[in-house]
Design a protein around this ligand. Structure first.
Ligand code: SF4
Ligand code: SF4
Length: 206
């Protein structure tokens, strides 16, 4: 599982300005889309294995809790009640990995992260950014590699992939029981299988 030093390093890699204008100035991409991805009704944020512990310790050290986490059984998430601002408002430096790296997934060749790809899923259509700043892109590739080299990190995306397939099956009106079996059958000791499952999750389409 990723340790506190890993999280600090990963956050630093993603802290250099994701989107820039033609002159290289940082752009707040949330202005144009009214923070589409931050709205709880639009997306669910995952926390990486170990990230909740890291965030809880960082919050405790500050003596206040501007954000909270919750357990969604198969993974942990940000708790985002409508009456409370999310992490970015008072404490942007503690926004989690998912928020920092969105909307760019890793492009995988075997076990190597060789680039980034932006999700083209229909429900994310309001997300207008397409190309990250070159320096941020290099950091994001390194960050994704560090996340996926960790077996628990990789297993999270295997589970999210199984849940996605369950969601797709229920949209088609199929019984959902096999999804629980699919999640339970993921074997973390089969390294090739975990990489293949993660790659499938990052390549999903509508
Ligand atoms: S990442 Fe996309 S959806 Fe989120 S604030 Fe930026 S443009 Fe909007
Ligand atoms: S932590 Fe920040 S980036 Fe993440 S959902 Fe909340 S407001 Fe948006």
């Amino acid at each position: 599982m990723l340790a506190d030093d890993d999280f600090r390093a990963i956050y630093d890699l993603l802290d250099v300005g994701q989107t820039v204008d033609d002159a290289g100035r940082a752009v707040d991409c949330g202005i144009r889309c009214d923070k589409f991805c931050c709205r709880p009704d639009n997306t669910t944020k995952y926390l990486l294995p170990g990230e909740r512990r890291f965030l809880d310790a960082a919050l405790a050290a500050r003596g206040r809790a501007p954000l909270a986490c919750k357990d969604l059984y198969y993974f942990e998430s940000l708790d985002e009640p409508p009456d409370r601002a999310c992490a970015c408002e008072p404490l942007r430096e503690l926004r989690p990995f998912n928020c920092r790296v969105f909307p760019y997934s890793p492009a995988l060749e075997g076990t190597r992260v060789v680039g980034l790809r932006k999700s083209k899923l229909q429900y994310l259509a309001p997300c207008w950014i397409d190309e990250p700043a070159p320096r941020w892109r290099d950091g994001a590739i390194s960050a994704w590699q560090r996340v996926l080299d960790d077996v628990d990190g990789r297993l999270l995306f295997c589970r999210l992939g199984a849940l996605w397939e369950w969601h797709q099956a229920s949209e088609r009106g199929e019984a959902a029981g096999h999804a629980v079996q699919a999640v339970a059958s993921i074997d973390g000791t089969d390294e090739a299988d975990t990489w293949a499952r993660a790659a499938r999750f990052f390549s999903r389409t509508d």
